[in-house]
Design a protein around this ligand. Structure first.
Ligand code: ADP
Length: 370
């Protein structure tokens, strides 16, 4: 089967890596000539936001999927009209692309998400009491396009673009749950993972699985995933990012309609990885067993501050000597501060041991430049 992927980044790369054990051809589209998929797939250099480019790329494929959601969804809708399978469908991609539509989707399907209002004029119209969070309707990514407004003084710095104004949640834990649905309507959910964010870069720091939650909290999450899977009307793999607040209530922050950083430890920690599952979704195959087989955790290898240029992974040989430690690099030759260059998965027999190992590995390795 000819499988086309919009985006040629690390998520696509790891999907292809996993799926090469089966018999398909992978095609990728990315604006960067040296994108992580450029030398492991049939690669087209081009803009996945451009209508004609996406249409041309998709028209001779059996199925088109995404590894980034900022793509031209109108072109995907046209491909659907032409009978090409698009996973997930263009409608759910459009909904998720726009924070306002995404929030309205949760509301319409009774999925708990922090209270919000739409700002499409000036900030004078906002009724939400301070403090609150402003989220740009479009264009946000990796923590950009999100800001906390605490005081009247902060309000002077508000963005003027269309935005969602959202209640500030008193967060106890940030959790993520990856769900999948195939065209036959079969669904599977990965065990919940916990994310520990780096406050400076807003990129994930550690990601841990499994997480032990009370039965009551588990039930809230099950109800969210069930409602979500019933509401989407599309095959796909989705990462639902959750907040657990200090009162024990679970809220949906946002959903990514694709493979996600919070699922990387599934490569070695679960019976099957999110990449295997994504492949099965794309091909409408029976979905894979998602059980956690051991404690697993992931740390991102992110370009260190002050280093730009040809990448060096300082300390990598020490990491490679560690048992139950797995290095995944993304094929990026140039590092810059904050750039996601790879990740390391670690396995352990308990949560305590896992945290110790993660902290140790993090201290061993640094992403610098020549
Ligand atoms: P992005 O899509 O850029 O990752 P998010 O919507 O996930 O943006 O927000 C980034 C971070 O901002 C979250 O991980 C969380 O820590 C914080 N945040 C977002 N929304 C809220 C909220 N309503 N209340 C409290 N913190 C929030």
């Amino acid at each position: 089967m000819k499988i086309g992927i919009l985006g040629g980044g690390q998520l696509g790369r790891m999907l292809i890596q996993e799926a090469l054990k089966y018999d398909d051809e992978f095609y990728t589209l990315d604006p960067a000539s040296d994108a992580p998929c450029h030398n492991i797939s049939y690669f087209t250099q081009g803009n996945f936001n451009d209508y004609e480019t996406v249409l041309n790329f998709g028209k001779d494929k059996d199925v088109v999927t995404i590894e980034i959601e900022h793509v031209n969804a109108d072109a995907l809708a046209e491909l659907e009209n032409q009978g090409i399978k698009v996973v997930p469908n263009s409608k759910i991609i459009k909904t998720i692309q726009q924070k306002i539509l995404q929030k309205e989707f949760y509301k319409a399907h009774d999925i708990p998400s922090p209270e919000f209002e739409v700002m499409d004029g000036s900030s004078d119209e906002i009724k939400m009491p301070l403090p609150f969070v402003q989220k740009m309707n479009t264009g946000g990514y990796d923590g950009k396009g999100v800001q906390v407004i605490r005081t009247a003084e902060d309000m002077k710095n508000m963005w003027t673009q269309d935005s969602v104004i959202e209640k500030l949640v008193d967060i106890d834990k940030e959790l993520s749950v990856i769900v999948a649905r195939n065209e036959n309507g079969e669904t599977k959910t990965f065990p919940v993972t916990e994310m520990v964010a780096d406050p400076k870069l807003n990129l994930l720091d550690f990601n841990i699985c499994p997480v032990f939650l009370s039965e009551e909290i588990e039930e809230q999450i099950n109800s969210i995933t069930e409602k979500f899977l019933n509401a989407i009307n599309s095959p796909g793999l989705f990462a639902i990012e959750l907040f657990l607040d200090k009162e024990g209530k679970v809220w949906v922050n946002e959903t990514a309609p694709r493979l996600h950083n919070s699922g990387h430890q599934s490569q070695e920690g679960n019976a099957n990885s999110q990449f295997e599952q994504m492949y099965r979704v794309v091909k409408n195959l029976p979905l894979a067993d998602t059980d956690a087989i051991i404690y697993s955790g992931m740390l991102n290898l992110v370009g260190a501050e002050g280093f730009s240029g040809k990448v060096i992974y300082e300390g990598m040989e020490d990491v490679l000597r560690m048992p139950e430690t797995y290095v995944h690099l993304y094929g990026k030759t140039e590092t810059k501060p904050g750039r996601k260059m790879g990740h390391i998965n670690v396995l352990a027999d308990s949560r305590e041991e896992l945290m110790e190992k993660l902290v140790m590995v993090k201290g061993m390795v640094r992403v610098i430049a020549e």
